[in-house]
Design a binder for this molecule. Structure first.
Ligand SMILES: [Zn+2]
Length: 75
């Protein structure tokens, strides 16, 4: 009876160990899908701050970090 309990404990531990090891395929290696893609960086024409192109304000072919610098124009 004692061995039966030990066997049951081993079986549970083994099942848990197997469950943790099961990593979805493609999770370990390969390019990160949906991860942070490289972004184009632009420079604020007024203060020179570098920021992502998506966050920059465009005016007259120049990029600005904020509306205040856009209004002030290139330095
Ligand atoms: Zn700026």
């Amino acid at each position: 009876m004692k061995y039966l309990i030990v066997l049951a404990v081993i079986a549970v531990v083994y099942a848990l160990w197997r469950g943790q090891r099961q990593v979805p395929p493609g999770r370990r290696a390969g390019p990160r899908a949906g991860g942070a893609a490289p972004q184009d960086m632009v420079r604020c024409a007024h203060c020179g701050l570098h920021l992502p192109k998506d966050d920059a304000l465009q005016q007259g072919g120049r990029s600005y970090c904020c509306a205040a610098h856009r209004d002030l124009g290139p330095s």
